[in-house]
Design a protein around this ligand. Sequence first.
Ligand code: BES
Ligand code: MN
Ligand code: ZN
Length: 504
Amino acid sequence: MDFSIKTFDAKTTIAQLKTGCIAVGVFENRKLSQAAQALDCKGDITAAMKSGDISGKPGSTLLMRGIQGIAAERILLVGLGKEESIAGKDFSSAVQAIARMFSSLGANDAVVALPFDDVKERDLSWAIRSTVLAARENLYRFDDMKSKKEPAPTGVRKVAFAVPAAAASAARIAAAQSAALANGIDLTKNLGNLPPNVCTPTYLANTAKKLAKEFELGVEILDRKQLQALKMGSFLSVTNGSDEPPKFIVLKHMGGKAKDAPVVLVGKGITFDSGGISLKPGAGMDEMKYDMCGAASVLGTFRAIAEMKLKLNVIGVIPTCENMPSGRATKPGDIVTSMSGQTIEVLNTDAEGRLILCDALTYVERFKPAAVVDIATLTGACITALGHHNSGLFTRHDDAHDALADQLLAAGKTANDTAWRMPIEDSYQEQLKSNFADIANIGGPPAGSITAACFLERFTKKYTWAHLDIAGTAWKSGTAKGATGRPVPLLTTFLINRSQLASK
Ligand code: BES
Ligand code: MN
Ligand code: ZN
């Protein structure tokens, strides 16, 4: 799908825009938006409103053809709710409805002429991003593995945003950035949805190499020998039961000033989590192919920021392997030595995410990061705590970490990809005591997502760090089973905001 900008002014009015379809807003109080008024030359739209054919309720639609006095072949009226101030969620309902209509329309191109600047507490960039993401979400299919592909989508292929000339350059940047973000989201979804016999650690490493080549990123793939030399005993213990070789991916997008400390993203890349010797129950185990969604979100975010040519130094680190049972697999009770030197008693081999992440978190110290954010489908307990609405956000509680947490929470709100902050406190750390090693890898049933974060916290003392538990948000189950692409919108928005801070 192609997105562009069309400007209008006193000379070139909206009524003169030649297009297959033009989408304009109407309100619940039966008033027309400015753009709708401009198209209502002969009163056809007013008549439709009066007749009750469209209510103006958020997301309601009415398609009209053959309207006199305008150049467009069709008008799509879409409800925006309250006129006094358009709520963000009402605008989102409207653009989702537009996206659905566009995909089944007999037109090839269309114009969206909504009041992008009038959404409460949002700006034009936000409104354009919502529209682009809704259109791309509606188009997304995953049929790579089906022998008979679904027919190529018909409907609108080219969407232009009609904005006043003064807003053109901001709109152009927003449209380009949103398309890049959508490309990143799609990559993350594809990697998540691929089956675990295809999307192996080697596949993720090859994907990183391909990205690096296409966008001129730095890339390094470490193999088992190199991980042994680095003494990543904790990460390697998780790989013992698997025949697939582990990989450790390092991606670099150095778009900022050479001396600027990088932001580091660390993604959990378990391409299949059987639980290991602490085997998971059979029902729904297929969904543990999604246990690499943290890694996929790092790759998708790199896809997005690289296409945007974001002016910021960002490093992505992905420890990736399978967690499988076998005669060589790590056993409950085994004690392993992490790269940090801390010894870990593995009381449950199904708490493997923290075992691969802790060595990656030690590894990234070498980058002297400005901030480190890890992203992981870490605990079922996080789903119990927050459901599928919010990702769990964990940091220490001091000024530097509160500031980082606030940036991530704000980015999530802007991107409609929210997180909720959870505590890290010494009282929870107590639950990780081991009789035989420095630390145990589980802390018992209470507060499972918090004790998992507390485990990671012990490996992050040398920098400012945040942890995102995306167990509840990275994919959907049931008939809608599929990756969501979250938290790529949150992460990308966070990085865009950081780059604007850095350039000030
Ligand atoms: N990958 C899982 C977490 C998970 C489970 C995410 C279900 C999404 C849905 C993780 O490796 C895991 O198995 N965690 C255990 C930890 C427990 C053994 C302390 C869990 O959550 O049950
Ligand atoms: Mn597990
Ligand atoms: Zn896991």
